[in-house]
Write a protein that binds this ligand. Structure first.
Ligand SMILES: [Zn+2]
Length: 304
């Protein structure tokens, strides 16, 4: 069955590599990322956002992830991404997720602590670990939206982790969700990761970290996608963040872009073909390719 997220991340933390968190919304995305992890012998965290759950249903996504974990020998965890609704968080805990995220980062400090503490108590009772967030990550991801980026304060981070008992901490260092991350140049506060790393013992998480690869964007544009001014986090910045102490890196946008480009291409290339397998099959392959690149970048290859 699932491997506890905490086991996967503590091993990575000790050995200085990062574990991929991939957002899944359907079977093809799940199969693509899992195939990549199996091929490269990497641990993997499958994540469902509240948006994904609204689209596919928690039971369906759970069942898909469970089959993957039972079929393959690599460590696979199932994680609730950006949990805000306490009912959804409770349901994920009951169903048997490996970890949940409580995102109360939009609240003021004391309220964030109170909400996070409550979820930690609920989850720890079932031996499920908890990711929490301090500071705000910009951009929009599913139901999570924030325009302004508030960097995580390292001293507050220490107090936050001590008082909430959370197992992993998502930090805000200038990344943002979605494909429109920066105006021209990635400006990340790696020094904040370094400071937090010194003060806080739990594994640190980087959201909004997609690379938005030019090659994929161009492919999508070639087949009709309207994407202008998209910009992601360069690979060099990801490597530096891992060096400074990031242990879990979330990827959603890159998967979406690859899926979109592949579907557009398949539909246009075969106008007389209406077999969904010929449309979504190439998308699954494109997902696998992106996932393999991320795993290699994070250095989790061969760590399963
Ligand atoms: Zn996120």
């Amino acid at each position: 069955m699932f491997t506890p997220t905490k086991t996967i991340l503590e091993k990575a933390h000790k050995n200085h590599y990062a574990v991929p968190h991939f957002n899944i919304n359907n079977m093809e995305i799940l199969q693509g990322v899992v195939q990549a992890a199996v091929k490269l012998k990497s641990p993997i965290i499958l994540a469902t956002s509240e948006g994904a759950i609204g689209y596919a249903g928690m039971e369906y996504l759970y069942a898909l992830a469970k089959v993957a974990a039972e079929t393959h020998k690599i460590p696979i965890a199932l994680h609730l991404d950006h949990g805000k609704d306490l009912n959804i968080i409770k349901k994920a805990i009951q169903l048997g997720y490996s970890s949940v995220m409580i995102d109360a980062s939009h609240e003021e400090f004391e309220k964030n602590i109170a909400f996070t503490r409550k979820v930690v108590q609920l989850a720890h009772r079932q031996r499920i670990s908890v990711e929490a967030e301090l500071g705000t990550i910009g951009g929009a991801e599913d139901l999570v939206e924030s325009r302004k980026i508030l960097y995580t304060n390292p001293t507050k981070a220490k107090e936050f982790v001590n008082r909430t008992g959370c197992d992993f901490l998502a930090v805000a260092i200038g990344t943002s969700h979605g494909a429109y991350k920066f105006r021209g140049k990635a400006d990340l506060r790696q020094d904040i990761v370094e400071q937090i790393r010194k003060l806080v013992k739990v594994p640190l998480v980087l959201h909004g970290a997609s690379g938005v690869p030019e090659k994929i964007v161009k492919e999508a544009q070639k087949y009709g996608a309207k994407l202008t001014g998209v910009y992601g986090v360069p690979d060099s910045q990801i490597k530096l963040a891992i060096q400074k102490g990031i242990t879990k890196i979330n990827t959603d946008t890159d998967l979406r872009l690859a899926f979109d480009a592949a579907v557009r291409k398949a539909v246009q290339a075969r106008p007389a073909d209406f077999d969904p397998r010929h449309i979504l099959g190439p998308a699954r392959e494109a997902i696998q390719k992106v996932a393999e690149q991320r795993i290699t970048l994070f250095d989790s290859k061969g760590k399963a």
